[in-house]
Design a binder for this molecule. Structure first.
Ligand code: FE
Length: 183
C-alpha cells in the first residue's frame, strides 16, 4: 500500500510543525482520532479524524499563503488528494470540517466562544459564520452530521501532553479502508 505509506511518511516529515495551538500537527490529528474512537465512531470516521488536516502536508504553496493570511482551503486539498484511495465516508467529513465550523458558529449559541484563538482567526479567512440560508444548505448535505462530529473532535484535539496511540497503530485501519474502494 504505497499511498498509505506516503501518507504516513508525510506525518513524519511535516507533522512536527506546530498546529499553532501549542500542539504539533501530528499530535493534533492523533488526538482527534482517539476522540473519534472513544466516541464509538466507524473506522471511516476514525480515519477522517486522523487525516482531517492532511491538506496542510500536501500543498506547500497553500501553507505559505495561510501564513500570509489567505485561506488555501486545506480541507478541499486534503479531501481531493485522499479520494484517490479512500471512500467518501472518509473524505466527505474532511471536506466539510471547515464548513461545519461556520455552521456551528451560526447555529449553536456559545460555540464560537469555545474556539481556540487560531480557529477564530482562521474563521474570518474562511468566510465567517454561515448566513441562515447557507446554514440550511449545509445541513441538507448528505454528510453534514459527520462533518459536524469531526469538527467537535477537531476542536477538542488541542491538548498539550495528552497521550495517544501511535500513528502506526492506524496503518491496518487505513489499509482496510483503502481496500474497500478497490473492491
Ligand atoms: Fe484540525
Amino acid at each position: 500500500m504505497r499511498v498509505i505509506d506516503d501518507i504516513l511518511e508525510r506525518y513524519r516529515i511535516s507533522g512536527d510543525r506546530s498546529y499553532g495551538e501549542h500542539v504539533t500537527q501530528t499530535a493534533h490529528m492523533l488526538q482527534a482520532a482517539m476522540f473519534a474512537a472513544d466516541g464509538g465512531e466507524t473506522d471511516a470516521m476514525i480515519a477522517a479524524a486522523l487525516l482531517h488536516d492532511v491538506g496542510h502536508f500536501i500543498d506547500d504553496a497553500g501553507e505559505a499563503a495561510e501564513r500570509d493570511g489567505i485561506d488555501a482551503g486545506h480541507e478541499s486539498i486534503g479531501a481531493a488528494w485522499l479520494s484517490q484511495v479512500f471512500p467518501l465516508e472518509v473524505t466527505a467529513p474532511i471536506a466539510l470540517h471547515v464548513a461545519a465550523k461556520r455552521y456551528l458558529c451560526a447555529t449553536e449559541p456559545g460555540y464560537a466562544d469555545g474556539l481556540s484563538d487560531a480557529s477564530r482567526l482562521s474563521l474570518r479567512l474562511q468566510g465567517g459564520p454561515f448566513t441562515p440560508a447557507e446554514a440550511r444548505a449545509f445541513a441538507a448535505l448528505p454528510h453534514a452530521r459527520d462533518g459536524i462530529r469531526l469538527r467537535r473532535y477537531d476542536d477538542r484535539a488541542k491538548q498539550i501532553g495528552l497521550e495517544t496511540p501511535a500513528l502506526d497503530t492506524y496503518r491496518p485501519l487505513l489499509v482496510r479502508l483503502a481496500a474497500r474502494l478497490e473492491a
